[in-house]
Design a protein around this ligand. Structure first.
Ligand SMILES: Cc1ncc(COP(=O)(O)O)c(C=O)c1O
Length: 366
């Protein structure tokens, strides 16, 4: 843990409110909310190894929303590796095309390659959206088959960047034409729905499988689902067990996901609108945002300056105002430019974006 992360954590404990991400709750508060939710939702029986109870209810609800049967997993890392393994075994190739900024390449400690033997090819590089042309170019260059293509919707490390509906449709047509399964890393697909302004099932209809997360925009404890064709559901459950994910009780995670679907999913358009209002104000204050305007509730802000000095000002702000204002800043790819990710959720909406932009500008500026 870096010094900045440690100081941020210590100061966070003394804050009485926060602007970004989901509100801080003690474990006791979190579990009390879930206990109350069991009563509200009528969850009276526990799951046993992921069968029955809240887990069955969640899989049913997610399946309805996404238009494909869903299987719950304790983590997205496990969910996606399982799904890709199935596609690759079916396709007879362990090669997966994905963005070089994909979670699988940046945040999984090489597990997908070491555990499953995937070979990765870059579908896109940097902050670019996946297109049919990128897919066709890659398959032309490779000269051998791909087991699957992965798109991250939205691409988190690029400020939660999304392809347009037309770009995504064209990619879907191209992969289907080539007989290559298209899988979506939809960790933030709930947050992406207002950008497309189409039902989730229509968006998911363009891909062959998708992983969704319950603890980002939905604010749950942890957990994920994979939605996939009916004939792969049994094998997905087998891979969940093989990888140690069929916990004796998944109920707490499933209940927290049901709460998120009930309370947070209907608010995603509000969060996007507030994020766009804040982004516009940040630009007025001389900062750069990406994407501009944001595609989802989460985007990146950039400022020229020294990361350490910016974080000193951030920590001073937190100590003075007893308010969390995002997370510590970090270096961007451009020397001398610092950046920070801003995830907008319910807490932000209690604030005026004009005021929040001024706070951020004062932290970022000299
Ligand atoms: C884009 C993306 N994919 C996959 C994951 C993995 O999810 P989990 O933390 O549930 O394993 C994350 C988590 O942050 C993510 O942001």
């Amino acid at each position: 843990v870096s010094d900045d992360a440690e100081r941020f954590r210590t100061l966070s404990r003394e804050c009485t409110s926060g602007v970004f991400w989901n509100p801080f709750r003690t474990p006791g508060e979190e579990l009390a909310t879930l206990a109350a939710a069991c009563g509200e939702l009528g969850i009276n029986e526990p799951d046993i190894y992921g069968e029955w109870g809240a887990v069955a209810r969640l899989e049913e609800q997610v399946g309805q929303l996404l238009g494909k049967p869903a299987v719950m997993f304790p983590s997205g890392v496990m969910a996606q590796q399982s799904m890709l393994r199935l596609w690759c075994e079916r396709s007879g190739s362990m090669r997966v095309a994905l963005p070089d900024l994909s979670h699988l390449l940046l945040h999984e400690d090489d597990g997908p390659r070491l555990v499953h033997g995937f070979r990765f090819e870059h579908l896109t590089t940097g902050a670019t959206v996946p297109t049919a042309e990128a897919f066709t170019d890659l398959t032309g260059r490779l000269g051998h088959g791909l087991g699957a293509v992965l798109v991250e919707l939205p691409l988190r490390e690029a400020g939660c960047l999304l392809p347009t509906w037309e770009e995504l449709t064209a990619l879907s047509v191209a992969t289907r034409g080539a007989g290559v399964p298209l899988h979506a890393d939809g960790a933030r697909i709930w947050e992406s729905q207002p950008f497309y302004d189409r039902p989730l099932s229509e968006i998911v209809g363009l891909v062959d499988s998708i992983y969704v997360s319950f603890y980002k925009g939905l604010g749950g404890l942890s957990g994920a689902c994979v939605a996939a064709p009916e004939d792969l559901v049994g094998e997905l459950r087998t891979w969940r067990r093989r990888m140690g994910g069929t916990l004796y009780r998944l109920t707490p995670y499933a209940v927290s996901a049901l709460v998120g679907l009930r309370d947070q999913l209907p608010r995603m358009a509000e969060y996007l609108a507030w994020a766009r209002a804040l982004a516009a104000e940040l630009v007025t204050n001389g900062l750069t945002v990406s994407p501009d305007p944001p595609h989802t509730n989460t985007f990146q802000v950039f400022a020229p300056g020294d990361v350490e000095q910016i974080n000193e000002r951030l920590f001073a702000f937190m100590a003075r105002e007893k308010r969390r204002l995002g997370y510590p800043w970090r270096a961007s790819e451009v020397p001398g430019v610092a950046m920070c990710e801003l995830p907008v959720a319910a807490a932000a909406l209690a604030h005026d974006p004009v005021q929040v932009a001024r706070w951020i500008a004062s932290v970022a500026g000299d």
